[in-house]
Design a protein around this ligand. Structure first.
Ligand SMILES: *[C@@H]1O[C@H](CO)[C@@H](O)[C@H](O)[C@H]1NC(C)=O
Ligand SMILES: *[C@@H]1O[C@H](CO)[C@@H](O)[C@H](O)[C@H]1NC(C)=O
Ligand SMILES: *[C@@H]1O[C@H](CO)[C@@H](O)[C@H](O)[C@H]1NC(C)=O
Ligand SMILES: *[C@@H]1O[C@H](CO)[C@@H](O)[C@H](O)[C@H]1NC(C)=O
Ligand SMILES: *[C@@H]1O[C@H](CO)[C@@H](O)[C@H](O)[C@H]1NC(C)=O
Length: 390
């Protein structure tokens, strides 16, 4: 960190050039039709991206994948810190899916990022022995999402309360870097009533977490939700609605569960409701709901996103394998980063807010000030919800 800063000061040109080079590579990588095609709500607003480059990457040929996508280990890799985190920050992940998506999406979550969770559960309305699924007694369809989330967390509390410290809800088109999620949570006590995600500011005073980026509840937050929240109509909405993320946000606030700050020390985001491309090279319509919803200011370009980013959304199955390759296999030779674990916090303690940094890669782009000044929240405009494809 210190060295890096010094390097930037002494060699601004090199760093800037390297930044551009990385940026261009990322554009190439993330501009595949797969990324765009998955991103229905965005595409409709970005007609210049064109909708006719559609289906090429959408459908996985299962038989090809079964034969060719295997895993391999790296002989000289030192995973001792990640192993320690896996022991000390036990993570249960549960993935919201439905019978249509067991084969199409959920199994690819299991083969990629999902396998890195301490416990992985798939919540559906139908049984599936291959995944397997937890068969919840809930009807499918988007209107039942809120009920499904409540039933899922009730199941998790009943069967796994003592098996994990943190409880992460994701969709079957969410991709998560599990090691980085554990790293973010590491300083916090699971007894602290807190939850983390991509924080949005409308509807709930302390903010609520985007459903697509996924949200993670501490053990105490899970207990309050299931024991004190769900049974009490003054705390959590009974019945069901589509917008489960807003409802659980309200519920968390009523239960005094803090809406945590998932940004890194530099103020860069770690949990995103879109694919990386859309965050790195954002569509600059200030009226697009995302910019108005975001709780924290963000920077464009590489300053948008933490080097320890955690989650992305609208990731099609094939792109999960691409991300797995880019994150866990491809590695620039001779580059090793020193990493240290932070100190632990006491129950109820929080990290200080990140300090604001001068952006060094987005001088020519729209800045946070422009964005904030031009936009106001329009409460009647609701978030396009593509979380669950029927
Ligand atoms: C999938 O791959 C197999 C093996 O390569 C091939 O025989 C089959 O025709 C492919 N199916 C489709 C729908 O492309
Ligand atoms: C692996 O990394 C840890 C610290 O991250 C270090 O203490 C240990 O010596 C390393 N092991 C090897 C074999 O290099
Ligand atoms: C939340 O905190 C407020 C203020 O400290 C307190 O009045 C209220 O009883 C708490 N509610 C719950 C459910 O813990
Ligand atoms: C945005 O508003 C803030 C205060 O309201 C002001 O300091 C800043 O200069 C404004 N930025 C622009 C680009 O107008
Ligand atoms: C808010 O959004 C709704 C629906 O998009 C629109 O009809 C309304 O005019 C907007 N209000 C403001 C103040 O922009």
């Amino acid at each position: 960190m210190y060295l890096k800063r010094e390097f930037i000061v002494r060699h601004p040109i090199i760093v800037f050039t390297a930044g551009i080079a990385v940026g261009i590579c990322l554009i190439k990588i993330f501009s595949t039709p797969a990324a765009i095609d998955s991103f229905d709500s965005y595409v409709t607003q970005q007609s210049s991206f064109g909708a006719d480059i559609s289906n090429h990457y959408k459908i996985i040929n299962e038989s090809v994948l079964d034969r060719h996508v295997a895993s391999h280990d790296h002989l000289y890799e030192n995973t001792s810190l990640a192993d320690q985190l896996k022991r000390e920050v036990r993570l249960l992940c549960w993935v919201m899916t439905n019978p249509n998506n067991h084969k199409k999406k959920a199994r690819h979550v299991k083969r990629t990022w999902g396998k890195r969770c301490n416990i992985l559960l798939f919540m559906s309305s139908a049984a599936d022995d291959e995944l397997p699924t937890v068969k919840l007694d809930v009807e499918e369809g988007r209107p039942n999402l809120w009920r499904k989330v409540k039933e899922a967390f009730k199941y998790v509390y009943k069967h796994h309360y003592n098996d994990a410290d943190w409880f992460y809800k994701a969709d079957d088109d969410t991709y998560a870097v599990v090691e980085n999620l554990r790293y973010m949570l590491y300083p916090y006590s699971p007894e602290t009533p807190v939850h983390f995600g991509c924080k949005f500011k409308p509807f709930v005073k302390q903010g609520y977490m985007s459903g697509g980026a996924g949200y993670v509840l501490s053990k105490e937050a899970l207990r309050r939700f299931v024991v004190e929240g769900i049974p009490d109509p003054k705390m959590c909405l009974p019945g069901t609605v589509i917008n489960e993320d807003i409802e659980i946000g309200k519920c968390m606030e009523n239960l005094n569960v803090t809406a945590g700050d998932s940004r890194d020390v530099n103020g860069r985001g770690r949990m995103f409701p879109f694919v990386p491309e859309q965050i790195l090279i954002p569509y600059k319509d200030p009226n697009f709901w995302y910019w108005k919803y975001l709780y924290y200011k963000t920077d464009d370009g590489l300053d948008c996103c933490s080097d320890n980013a955690i989650s992305f959304h609208y990731v099609p199955p094939n792109f999960m394998y691409v991300l797995d390759y880019l994150i866990y296999h491809l590695h620039p030779f001779g580059v090793i980063r020193a990493q240290r674990l932070p100190a632990k916090l006491k129950v109820g303690e929080f990290l200080p807010a990140p300090r604001e940094e001068v952006a060094n890669s987005n001088e020519d782009s729209m800045d946070d000030d422009d964005r904030i000044n031009k936009t106001t929240i329009n409460e009647t405009q609701t978030e396009p919800d593509a979380r669950e494809v029927e």
